[in-house]
Design a binder for this molecule. Structure first.
Ligand code: BJW
Length: 259
């Protein structure tokens, strides 16, 4: 599939016209895309849930019961993310290249709370499960940048409340962020790609069915191994993200997604 770009008139007009004609792409990413950058996944045999219980650290009830334990869990992961060894890998960079080169909209929806997509250069990005480098104040609701350890002695930078900060992530039983914008994008996209996610957690695990509704979108899974919902995808490629994602992106930019 080749999209011709006619250059004429103002550059802005030409680019606006192209953006309307090329199909849009929605990409869902999960912990697997950051594994080769040195961050842990959740459900692999060596993943986070093999040593920590979800009910102890990833629910609002856990935070109400033992905020110090939950702070410690996220403090350790924040420190790991900020270590110099953790950097975007070839898969993050390939998605940034796709966004820059594709003549239509590319939206990356990540379940990851790390900032590796941003660091790689992705701009049109939704963190549906929040961001570990932000704090949310339970007193005033403000969301602020936060790069250090958080504790019950932490003070809200906006309202000065003491001990009312929590990490800005989405726990089980909480509503993921920007769902309206995500569903609107899934409704109209021509290509949906799921990368590095086990397909265990909803609503993200249901996005492939949403994209397929009405037979509009081509659907692709790129993962280390078949996910829970692998049979719902029209096309599947398995291997490490740093290999399969750049190869897939190059193909899309060369010839689109038609067989
Ligand atoms: C590689 C690789 C390499 C490895 N290259 N690949 C019953 C039925 C249906 C739904 C529910 C239900 N009961 C409850 C629910 C809803 C619930 C849910 O889904 N539960 C399921 C467990 C059943 N969901 C929610 O509660 C969500 N909210 C919601 O539904 O709101 C609506 C609502 C609200 C209130 C009332 C009523 C309705 C919120 C979900 C929040 C998820 N939060 C977490 C933790 C917080 C963030 C954090 O700490 O980081 O988010 S859980 C954790 O799982 C994290 C992840 O974002 C999420 C997904 O994990 P992911 O990314 O898929 O990682 P893994 O480890 O599972 O998979 C990694 C994959 O990579 C594997 O396949 C590997 O093979 C692969 N891989 N190396 C490529 N090198």
């Amino acid at each position: 599939m080749i999209y011709c770009i006619t250059i004429g008139g103002s550059g802005m007009l030409a680019s606006a016209m192209v953006r309307r004609t090329a199909p849009s792409i929605v990409i869902l990413t999960g912990a697997g895309i950051s594994k080769e950058s040195g961050l842990e996944t959740f459900r692999d045999p060596d993943g986070i849930w093999s040593r920590v219980r979800i009910e102890d650290v990833a629910t609002p009830e856990a935070f109400a019961r033992d905020p110090a334990l939950v702070h410690d869990f996220y403090n350790a992961r924040r420190r790991a993310l900020l270590s110099p060894a953790v950097r975007p890998n070839a898969a993050h960079r390939a998605l940034a290249r796709l966004e820059a080169a594709w003549p239509g909209e590319v939206l990356v929806v990540t379940q990851n709370i790390d900032d590796l997509h941003e660091r790689a250069g992705t701009r049109n990005l939704i963190h549906m499960h929040g961001e570990i480098l932000k704090a949310r104040c339970l007193a005033c609701g403000a969301v602020s940048p936060w790069r250090t350890d958080m504790s019950l002695a932490s003070v809200c930078p906006e309202c000065d409340a003491l001990g009312r900060l929590r990490v800005h992530v989405v726990w089980f039983g909480e509503m993921p962020l920007e769902m309206e914008r995500i569903f609107a994008a899934l409704e109209t996209c021509g290509l949906f790609v799921s990368i590095g996610t086990s397909g265990n957690v909803y609503p993200a695990a249901g996005f492939v069915e949403e994209a397929r509704r009405g037979g509009r979108a081509h659907t692709v899974e790129l993962n280390l191994e078949p996910s829970q919902g692998h049979s719902l995808f029209a096309e599947r490629h398995y291997g490490p993200a740093s290999r399969v994602v750049p190869a897939f992106v190059e193909r899309i930019l060369r010839q689109g997604w038609q067989a």
